[in-house]
Design a protein around this ligand. Structure first.
Ligand code: ADP
Length: 388
């Protein structure tokens, strides 16, 4: 059996190490190495498709056309994992927060928990980890629409769909196509008892909110974690302790601190309009909002409506700056500044802000025009905060 791995990033490399450790024949194909080509992929028996490579890549289309099975890294790992309890989380926003919070709660039981999938560590790394710490009881997977599109065998004890809002319109031809990919998560449920759909914004039962994450939208994530923990028979006091001690994730409405009475908030992970709208709902005045990066072909009207309540100025960066400026100029009285770089935006925002205001990086766009990823962008913002 000869495996081709399409895509030489995190998950592709993890799958590669896993297959090599199982003495399989495997090669990584990538556009950067100029070997992700139809005539090359045709020589393999199975293709492991990384989430970063679209299914309509010419080489992948060719593989599909000539009948080569297309797996992803998760399916590859799952074919070797039988005993664990699987929990899958999808949705347009809040996946990473939910996955991290639920993982934190389950770890309080003293069980081995693996958190992976789209979030951070690829599932194939589990074999390196369980060699060190023993069997993993709970496997919590963050599943993107791209992964759900390509998975055909997955057995979930719990499947969570957090929410749906427009995103990735650069990769889907219609919104329904994107939503259908997300809904596919329920095809993988072992029993309908494990289905959790659109947990609301009102905190469940008598639980008190998590201490370090704020905003109504986070209640959706908290409720999803509570519902899953209850399905897994976690006692209420352990769940509450988890909520009290969860430290939140970097780059998601992360308060960096205050400079001259101005609060700086890093929400670099907000790459969708919906996540920026959720962020803006947490403020009632004086927001200096930094927006822009790589646009995703979406409409900004909901963002502009939400900005109307609390935003003083917007500072626009990256490739999408002109489009966002046009949308603001045509539909609102909020002042916009074409800053192009994050550094310019931060300098101007700090010059124009008063004590009590907030400088918020919540860009509504992907980062890869000026940064490696959202972490790089958020860390650059943190550096600028420290330097001020
Ligand atoms: P994902 O993994 O789905 O991208 P994250 O938990 O990393 O989600 O959060 C991404 C962004 O979305 C952050 O800006 C965060 O503040 C915002 N966010 C988190 N949960 C929600 C939610 N339930 N609804 C809307 N926005 C959310």
């Amino acid at each position: 059996m000869k495996f081709a791995i399409a895509g030489n990033a995190n998950s592709g490399q993890s799958a590669y190490r896993f297959l090599i450790s199982r003495n399989q024949k495997v090669e990584i194909l990538d556009d950067k190495n100029k070997n992700l080509k139809p005539e090359i992929i045709a020589k393999f028996d199975i293709v492991i498709l990384s989430p970063g490579i679209p299914r309509n890549h010419p080489a992948v289309l060719f593989a599909i056309m000539i009948g080569i099975p297309i797996w992803n890294e998760i399916e590859l790992a799952i074919s070797f994992l039988k005993k664990s309890c699987f929990i899958g989380v999808t949705g347009s926003n809040g996946k990473s927060t939910t996955v991290a919070l639920l993982g934190h709660i389950l770890k309080l039981l003293g069980s081995n928990v693996f958190i992976g999938g789209n979030f951070g560590i690829p599932l194939c790394n589990i074999f390196e980890i369980s060699d060190k710490i023993g069997d993993i009881k709970y496997i919590i997977l963050e599943l993107s629409s791209f992964q759900l599109e390509t998975i055909s065998s997955l057995y979930l004890d719990i499947a969570i769909l957090l929410n749906l809002s427009p995103n990735h319109m650069d990769r889907y031809s219609t919104l329904n196509e994107y939503y259908a990919a997300k809904l596919k998560i329920f095809n993988f449920l072992k029993s309908s008892n494990g289905k959790i759909t659109f947990p609301g914004n009102l905190l469940l039962d008598n639980f008190k909110s998590a201490k370090k994450i704020f905003g109504d939208h986070n209640n959706q994530n908290i409720n999803a974690a509570i519902m899953s923990a209850k399905l897994l028979d976690v006692p209420n006091d352990v769940i509450q302790e988890g909520l009290n001690t969860f430290s939140g994730l970097s780059h998601r409405l992360e308060i960096l601190g205050y400079k001259k009475g101005v609060c700086w908030v890093n929400d670099s992970k907000a790459t969708t309009v919906d996540s920026v709208v959720s962020a803006l709902r947490c403020f009632d005045h004086g927001v200096h909002l930094i927006l822009g990066g790589v646009g995703k072909g979406v409409d900004y009207s909901l963002l502009i409506d939400a900005a109307g309540n609390c935003v003083r100025n917007v500072y626009l960066i990256g490739n999408e700056a002109l489009n966002i400026e046009k949308a603001f100029n045509e539909n609102s009285n909020i002042k916009s500044f074409l800053s192009i770089t994050l550094e310019n935006a931060v300098h101007l925002a700090s010059k124009l802000s008063n004590p009590g205001d907030t400088i918020l990086l919540s860009p509504a766009c992907a980062s890869y025009d000026q940064f490696i990823n959202f972490e790089h962008r958020g860390n650059a913002f943190k550096e600028l905060f420290r330097a001020f």
